[in-house]
Write a protein that binds this ligand. Structure first.
Ligand SMILES: Nc1ncnc2c1ncn2[C@@H]1O[C@H](COP(=O)(O)OP(=O)(O)OP(=O)(O)O)[C@@H](O)[C@H]1O
Ligand SMILES: [Zn+2]
Length: 698
């Protein structure tokens, strides 16, 4: 199969057979899966149906019954034939030979004339004509095969046998080239599958035993020696090492891993032996999800692709109509020569194939998505890829996206008692909360050796505070704004708060029965890559805005360091309205860590999740940055723009060539074989152009 639409044709045709369910055909792995009731449809009939559409089954032995739950990775990769020995290549060779012999014969025996070329044309006509009929039966009457067969038959009838034979030869060559080009696009994605090793060493008591990586189960512990590739997504339970995850995440620096770190299948373990507990089965590890994503992206059509499909659905009948008129009108109305105008009409039929046009968008989108995947930029479909390049503004969540997301308590200010009891109280309230501030306070209490006091009724007030009853008092830990609302502005040490906030620290106030008893300041360092990432976006002409629930002073202090516009003091629902307000004229993207900001990611036109490796929240986002660098956002935009440029070039080539040939054919300066060259040539050009996107990636 050369293109996803081939896969659709087969799926439709096979799906119509009785007793067949759950047909799914993966264009990438070239594997067809279905549930078959052999009483209704014997295997031979299934095979015959596929072959009648002009596709082969590489090896009947590879038809296998799979057990429930078995994954694609268990299916051995097809033994790839060299391109010059594929059925297509052999057919092309045969037709080429017949054409060559035909020309020789007519050279030596001029009396035979062009009849020597009839065999070549007939072989092509039989092969492609049968395919055209099979396609017509499954609902595609205007296939290129049909147009080509009519043109060939017509040329034979009016005695242009040389032309007819050249047309079938060029068509066969074009198909062959398309196959080669499509194959190299596919191998870019297959390379990803190859990243995961076939086997893994499972630790079983004292010994390590080798098992297929596809059979690893969640919870098993595998040994990854230095130099090995990590066989599964998992968590380090023993050992320390640097792992090069660049093949999956695009992150070029090896990542240090200790006990507790997440590792991704496909990473290369550099220095020390690691023991890794498997956290995801092979079927849904990061790489499998990337591949799945690319396949889904192909199935879901981008807006441009949909537009072009609608256009081409009208284009072909329109050209056929023009061809019919071309044949009929001049001879009937103006007494022109029939032969000339039939010839021109046939040439027109050949340019009526929208193949190159239909391929222009999906080819580029697939390459773009695959190119992104190679650099750790996951894009969930063509629509997202198209939108990202057009965004006018990008909203960033602060915590964990522009900052490290690991705040540290820097200052403790007790207003009444001592600092240790202040910390103990706050920690008791925060115990159980997952907010980064809560974690920071709990860590500090633990490192200061302060025991937790019993607390009950722990509750979160999102975007404001956490509260609980400790020692009979209602203790609240929250933003200064929340404190002002409960105790009035008079009782707070406002100067002290202002000073801390101007240093870029987040201040929380601890209240006991609505009376302030202390302050805590926390600092969350900006991420080193954030500055570069924002600068790169500015270069692309995109506005960046930081959205934060923190107060304005803290936000501004961080914003100044990063050179980014700041919207502060936002409650979670205000973040949504800020995003809506940014949508003026151009779409908006939202970048977050995908943990607390699901709604904001969903509210934007494009939600981009950032997160280290395995725990990316792809469910809520349209795109994800596996490399976990802010610069990835600019890379995404650049990739999207490059893809759109590529699409426009493809459309221009496809339509441009057709337009030129439309005119020259009507003027009578185009030969039939030039018309077919324009068609297959355009398809090949479009595929090759789309491949340039993949090359860019490495
Ligand atoms: N569990 C909590 N403990 C203490 N203070 C809290 C807690 N939850 C929220 N706050 C207060 O509310 C403010 C806003 O919280 P919110 O969760 O909306 O923002 P954030 O996640 O800290 O920052 P950002 O929006 O930039 O990611 C915090 O700065 C803090 O002052
Ligand atoms: Zn195709």
């Amino acid at each position: 199969m050369d293109c996803p639409s081939c896969a659709t044709k087969i799926e439709t045709a096979v799906g119509r057979l009785p007793g067949i369910e759950d047909v799914s055909l993966s264009y990438h792995s070239q594997v067809l899966k279905l549930r078959l009731d052999e009483a209704a449809t014997p295997r031979e009939r299934l095979e015959g149906t596929i072959r009648s559409l002009g596709f082969g089954i590489e090896d009947m032995d590879r038809i296998r019954v799979v057990a429930e739950g078995e994954t694609d990775t268990d299916v051995p990769a097809p033994a790839t034939q060299p391109w010059w020995w594929t059925p297509k290549a052999r057919l092309t060779g045969l037709i080429g030979l017949l054409v060559a012999v035909g020309f020789l014969v007519s050279w030596f025996a001029p009396s035979l004339g062009d009849y020597a070329l009839v065999p070549a044309a007939l072989v092509g006509l039989v092969v492609f004509g049968r395919r055209a009929l099979a396609l017509a039966r499954v609902g595609s009457p205007f296939s290129i095969e049909m147009l080509m067969s009519i043109a060939t038959a017509g040329a034979l009838i009016i005695g242009e046998t040389a032309e007819a034979s050249i047309v079938v030869l060029l068509f066969a060559v074009g198909e062959l080239l398309e196959g080669v080009a499509a194959g190299s696009a596919r191998s870019g994605i297959e390379a990803l599958t190859a990243l995961v090793p076939r086997t893994a060493l499972v630790i079983d008591g004292e010994i390590a035993r080798e098992v297929p990586a596809s059979r690893l189960e969640i919870g098993q512990v595998v040994l990854v020696r230095p130099g090995d590739r990590v066989p599964a997504d998992g968590e380090v339970v023993d050992g320390e090492s640097d792992v090069d995850e660049s093949p999956v995440t695009g992150e070029s620096v090896p990542v240090p891993k200790q006990v507790g770190s997440a590792v991704i299948a496909g990473g290369i373990n550099a220095t020390g032996a690691l023991q890794v507990r498997v956290t995801r089965a092979a079927a849904d590890n990061t790489i499998a999800r990337i591949i799945h994503l690319i396949e889904e992206a192909q199935a879901s059509k981008s807006p441009t692709a949909r537009f072009i499909e609608r256009f081409s659905a009208r284009y072909t009948p329109f050209v056929i109509l023009v061809a019919v008129l071309t044949v009929l009108v001049p001879p009937l109305a103006f007494g022109a020569d029939w032969h000339t105008w039939i010839y021109r009409g046939l040439a027109l039929l050949l340019i009526g194939c929208p193949c190159a046009l239909v391929l222009s968008t999906p080819a580029a989108i697939t390459s773009g998505i695959a190119a992104g995947a190679r650099r750790g930029l996951l894009i969930k479909g063509g629509a997202a890829l198209e939108t990202i390049g057009r965004v006018g503004a990008i909203a960033f969540d602060k915590t964990g996206t522009l900052t490290q997301g690991r705040p540290q308590v820097t200052d403790l200010v007790s207003l009444t008692g001592n600092e240790r009891s202040l910390l103990g109280m706050a920690a008791a309230v925060e115990n159980g909360s997952s907010h980064p501030i809560a974690r920071a306070i709990l860590d500090r209490a633990a490192s200061d050796g302060i025991p937790l006091r019993p607390a009950r009724g722990q509750k979160a007030l999102p975007g404001r505070a956490a509260q609980a009853v400790v020692g009979g008092k209602l203790i609240e830990v929250g933003s200064p704004r929340h404190a002002v609302e409960s105790c009035g502005p008079g009782n707070l040490p406002a100067d002290r708060i202002t000073t801390l906030e101007d240093e870029g620290k987040t201040v929380v106030v601890v209240l006991a029965d609505t009376q302030p008893v202390g302050l805590m300041a926390l600092r969350d360092e900006p991420r080193p890559d954030a500055l570069r990432g924002i600068a790169a976006l500015r270069q692309l002409g995109v506005r960046s805005v930081m959205l934060t629930g923190d107060n304005a002073r803290t936000g501004q202090a961080i914003g100044r360091k990063l050179g980014i516009e700041v919207k502060a003091d936002l409650l979670p629902e205000n973040k949504l309205s800020e995003i809506a307000a940014l949508k003026v004229g151009a779409p908006v993207a939202m970048v977050g860590d995908g943990i607390n900001d699901g709604p904001a990611l969903a509210a934007a036109d494009v939600g981009i999740a950032m997160g280290g490796g395995t725990d990316v929240a792809l469910e809520t986002a349209d795109a994800a940055l596996l490399g976990n660098r802010v610069e990835g956002v600019a890379d995404l935009i650049a990739l999207s723009r490059a893809t759109m440029t590529n699409i426009h070039q493809n459309v221009a080539v496809a339509l441009g060539l057709k337009a030129v040939f439309l005119v020259t054919t009507l003027l009578g300066v185009t030969d039939l074989w030039l018309a077919i060259l324009a068609d297959t040539g355009a398809t090949v050009l479009v595929t090759l152009n789309a491949l340039r996107l993949l090359r860019r990636a490495k």
